[in-house]
Design a protein around this ligand. Structure first.
Ligand SMILES: [Fe+2]
Length: 259
């Protein structure tokens, strides 16, 4: 990727967002939420890429992936008023559709175009597909790590907020009931990523975030999550039980071992 091309993509992105930024209050607020997330994921992916020693052109490619990864979020919210894919549509697939419809990537090298479309479409998958090139999988994993790091920031900022009002878009509409689901707990003991459709309450949602440490790929990503203390923050907002201590003990050990 060339720097000048990325500047064109940034301009296109800014123009694409304009109608959403002129929507009603709810649309404007949620557009801003995802726009800010996009820009922070760009910063994160560049940080990770630099730590991994990527050459400049690959850093620009990584930056492009971050810029476009949640492109489908704006239209998704506009159409369905939710960010929950299973209540609306797959925002990654939607993002690819938008890139294709607007012919955004038509003027770049087809190999690079293919990689961008694939990384965007895979960024939210539970499991990555077999048979992709190692370069495609590398950039997809890098994008997923950068995305997760920023979601850690979003949720921990949210738990620590002063304003007690609740945001359904962040909490996925889950009830704040006591306890947590045994299925979620068991998945974490097996060091597995928790499936979003297993969540029954907010504690499950917080535990799912703890489990993201098992989905990270690159040591600079583990390092960032550890250094920024995201797990310690989430721990404060969960019940004080031995089971939960065990989950955090395991997750913390994993972060340390991998970073
Ligand atoms: Fe996304």
């Amino acid at each position: 990727m060339k720097a000048a091309r990325l500047r064109e993509f940034e301009d296109w992105f800014a123009g694409y967002l304009r109608p959403f930024e002129g929507g009603d209050e709810e649309i404007r607020r949620n557009t801003l939420l995802k726009k800010n997330h996009t820009f922070r994921v760009r910063t994160e992916i560049i940080g990770l890429g630099r730590d991994l020693g990527l050459p400049e052109e690959d850093l620009l490619l990584a930056d492009t992936l971050a810029l476009f990864h949640d492109l489908g979020r704006f239209e998704q919210y506009f159409r369905h008023r939710t960010f929950v894919d299973r209540d609306s549509e797959d925002h990654a697939v939607l993002g690819v559709k938008i890139l294709e419809e607007h012919q955004v990537l038509d003027r770049i090298d087809p190999v690079e175009r293919e990689l961008i479309l694939k990384a965007v479409s895979y960024h939210n998958r539970a499991v990555l597909p077999d048979g992709e090139s190692s370069r495609c999988l590398f950039f997809t994993r890098l994008l997923r790590d950068a995305d997760k790091i920023d979601i850690f920031k979003v949720v921990t900022d949210y738990y620590g907020r002063k304003d007690p009002s609740r945001d359904r878009a962040i909490e996925l509409g889950l009830p704040d009931t006591p306890g947590f689901s045994p299925e979620v707990y068991q998945a974490l003991l097996r060091k597995e990523i928790v499936r979003a459709d297993r969540l029954r309450n907010l504690n499950d949602f917080k535990l799912l975030q703890v489990g993201w440490v098992y989905g990270l790929n690159f040591s600079p990503a583990f390092e960032r999550v550890r250094r920024r203390g995201y797990l310690d923050i989430i721990r404060r907002y969960l019940p004080r039980t031995e089971e939960i201590d065990r989950i955090f003990g395991m997750a913390g050990d994993h972060l340390l071992a991998m970073s």
